[in-house]
Design a protein around this ligand. Sequence first.
Ligand code: EPZ
Length: 427
Amino acid sequence: MEVICVEGGYPVTGKVSVEGAKNSALKLMAATILAPGVTTLKNVPNIADVHVMGKVLKELGAIVQVVDEHTLRIDTSTVDSWETPYSLVTRMRASTAVLGPLIARFGKAIVAMPGGCNIGARSIDMHILGLEALGVEFDVDHGDIYATAPNGLTGTTVNLEFASVGATENLIMASVHAKGITTIDNAAREPEIQDLVDMLNEMGADIRGAGTPVIEIHGVGELHPVTHSVTGDRIEAGTFAAIGALVGEPITVRGFEPDHLGLVLRKYEQMGIEVKRGHRCITVSRSRPISAVDIQTLPFPGFPTDMQAQTMCLLALAQGTSIVTENVFENRFMFASELQRMGSDITIQGHHAVVRGVSGLSGAEVRSPDLRGGAALVMAGLVADGMTTVLDIYHIDRGYERFVEKLTALGAHVSRKEVPDMEALDV
Ligand code: EPZ
């Protein structure tokens, strides 16, 4: 079993470049199904979830070629199946992003019902309700969702109960050929959705209003393949910004749009952190104690839930008490429980975490609860006293490319170690 070992107390400073956004790349890969032929995706992160999505596309009959570490050539002219295997959907919920494209292309799809995961039930009821409004009929049998659109899709207005990222994306992709206009009201506004819409419009789609709560999809004929570069990963960038804020030394993060982290950076400035914004980069440092602030996670442009754990790590060492409210997922505080093992003082009350700042953390063996919580535990180890051993690091590998190498290049004493399962438990 691989673990990450972090020796705390060393300076961490310098420059780091982030990859393309995981939460865009996965959907762009799914969207290639809509444009039979060869689409080239650039700035694709070399991470586990991208490899899984590549397997999903191959299962459907596509040819996926790795041109170089960050470039994929995906030929979907050979896609001849509309069924995704349960084994892949359970490994990665984002596999459900093929639902919309398969319905648009074939008028049908069979997708395994995604199971829950560590951060919540993660149902797809809003995806299904929206697609039914467009004329899709659903059956669920033995854990598989059978979707058919016998009369094709007809544009209508879909009101989302919650600004769901995945539901917005599936509805956009499903309706590119629908008759008439599909309007999504209360649409998600994340930058990754803007990136998806940019590529679809480059392919010949006619989608308006991305980035606003109302998106209109005007049905068009066949789409054509393109070459598209994935937008920079704002959450990977935010993770390294949080690390710069934590260690206090200047860290420059390059390769993303600072506006995509607007509220996070403003909140960090309220916490006493210095943020210098540049062209596709920021420099983060701190010369005084972290001030406590209250955080509540919301859909973009609200505070991103994917930055909650990393920010809670900062607040755990702040002067004063902070309230962190998680409004997006029902179970995303497991990171806090692990951080308790390192000496933090956090009380969970439902969707709220009361974080009382402490003067320092101590190294311990901790378990990654999910992708972002795992990265935040490594981050905590950078300033903890002694050694921190992080287990279940497969979560981190799902979304962070060369995380240990990038931290090492900044001066951190971090390494991956292979340990026999039992030994890790004894450490
Ligand atoms: C995307 O997940 C991201 N994943 C998540 O990032 C991110 O945290 C989330 O959006 C919110 O920004 C990818 O893009 C691959 P939602 P998604 O649909 O689409 C509930 C990471 O760490 N819901 O906006 O699944 C859902 O359970 C990951 O990179 C329903 O109840 O998020 C959740 O509580 C974690 N029914 C909330 O809404 C539905 O039909 C938000 O979900 C759909 C969602």
